[in-house]
Design a protein around this ligand. Structure first.
Ligand SMILES: Cc1ncc(COP(=O)(O)O)c(C=O)c1O
Length: 386
């Protein structure tokens, strides 16, 4: 009954594990949630107040499909200043979440006969949407030995005359890896030479712990070839508000606007008013959260490395630890499933992010220090019993 296209859509382990964990909780089990990629901090009060004001002022109808002009202006300014670049509000398209814009980008640029290079392990929506578009996903391995950066020669060997798009995500989900400027230069050079575009998923921009954020959009060779996708979910703890945006090369704006018109009409109007406040208002909630996450990261990585059978390199960004569990003899899926069922700790199988994630589990440290400590105790006790 289904079209082949629809069969290509895949789920996301974070939501599957969350559902299973909640079922367990329903039976009275205490589960520590390290599966979902969502900050445990509430949306800051001044942002919530802006949404309430917007509702009270009657901003409950459709808005312009591309996004409210005042929001696009705030995005162009803030996104530009964070990256040391100049953007115009005309380049900005606002959509219901960064995920929507990943979908628009891949479908607007690739189809049957085309190839899209994407990270392995990587955010599951990339592979899923590439499959749905009819294009072929070409996985780019990211390995622990090189800090979960890619190998430049391997990257070049994967580029072909069919390559239409390369997807980058730095800081990265699920590894916490961060690409270096030299990595970005390799891609930018190839993009100019071989004529493909780059989707740079920069949703974890604020979560860089050891070095400043760098974007491929700042490289001359990449000019007019980069689609930046970002959003409010992570930086402002606004996952449920569904607010994302893209900063586009000229020529793509109209098409992205048409995707909005055809799929969502526009992003939620009062969320957009709140997003203006997020960008224009005080930023201390962002820096406080990032600083708390750095403390948790340092604790978690040390604590995991003290557990027999686990080793974990320091993730330089995002809020995930990608721990190597190959010494336990369990597959990633088995480890994740047993940790939930037998230890009450919800983590994700590394293999659910791609074949190169086999041998790893992903632990989100977007949860309180007390819960992280309890989780490590439970994991250590579970492994010691085996
Ligand atoms: C790499 C990456 N991109 C995009 C998203 C989706 O963001 P949004 O909530 O804005 O759709 C996520 C969420 O987990 C992510 O990890």
């Amino acid at each position: 009954m289904l079209h082949e296209r629809a069969r290509q859509l895949a789920g996301e382990s974070a939501f599957d594990v969350l559902r299973r964990a909640q079922e367990l909780e329903g039976t009275g089990v205490d589960v520590i949630h390290l599966e979902i990629g969502q900050p445990d901090f509430p949306t800051p009060p001044h942002i919530k107040e802006a949404a309430v004001r917007a509702l009270e002022d009657g901003h409950t109808g459709y808005g312009p499909s591309q996004g409210l002009p005042a929001l696009r202006e705030a995005i162009a300014e803030k996104a530009g200043s964070l990256r040391g670049l100049h953007f115009s509000p005309e380049q900005v398209v606002v959509a219901p979440g960064a995920k929507a814009l990943l979908f628009y980008t891949i479908n607007a640029l690739a189809g049957p006969g085309d190839e899209v290079i994407c990270p392995d392990p990587g955010f599951p929506a990339y592979q899923s949407v590439i499959g749905h578009s009819g294009a072929t996903a070409v996985p780019l391995p990211l390995r622990e030995a090189s800090g979960f950066r890619f190998d430049a020669d391997e990257f070049r060997s994967l580029v072909s005359s069919k390559t239409r798009l390369v997807i980058l995500n730095s800081p990265q989900n699920p590894t916490g890896g961060v690409l270096e400027r030299e990595d970005l230069e390799v891609i930018a050079r190839e993009a100019a030479e071989k004529d493909f575009l780059v989707l740079s998923d920069e949703i974890y921009l604020h979560f860089c712990y050891d070095s400043p954020f760098e974007t491929i959009a700042s490289l001359k060779e990449a000019e007019e070839r980069v689609i930046i996708v970002d959003g409010f979910s992570k930086a402002y703890s606004m996952t449920g508000w569904r607010m994302g945006y893209a900063i586009l090369p000229p020529g793509l704006v109209e098409t992205f606007d048409l995707y909005n018109v055809n799929i969502a009409s526009c992003a939620c109007t009062f969320s957009q008013h709140a997003a203006i406040e997020a960008l224009r208002g005080p930023q201390d909630s962002v820096s406080n959260m990032v600083s708390e996450f750095r403390t948790r990261r340092d604790y978690l990585v040390d604590a995991l490395n003290a557990v027999d059978g686990i080793s974990c390199t320091i993730p330089r960004g995002a809020f995930y630890a990608f721990a190597n569990i190959s010494e336990t003899g369990m597959s990633s899926a088995e480890a994740a499933s047993k940790l939930l069922d037998e230890a009450g700790v919800a983590v994700l199988s590394g293999a659910s992010f791609g074949p190169c994630g086999e041998g790893y589990i992903r632990l989100s440290y977007a949860t309180s220090m007390a819960r992280l400590e309890a989780a490590v105790e439970r994991i250590a006790a579970f492994l010691a019993k085996r």
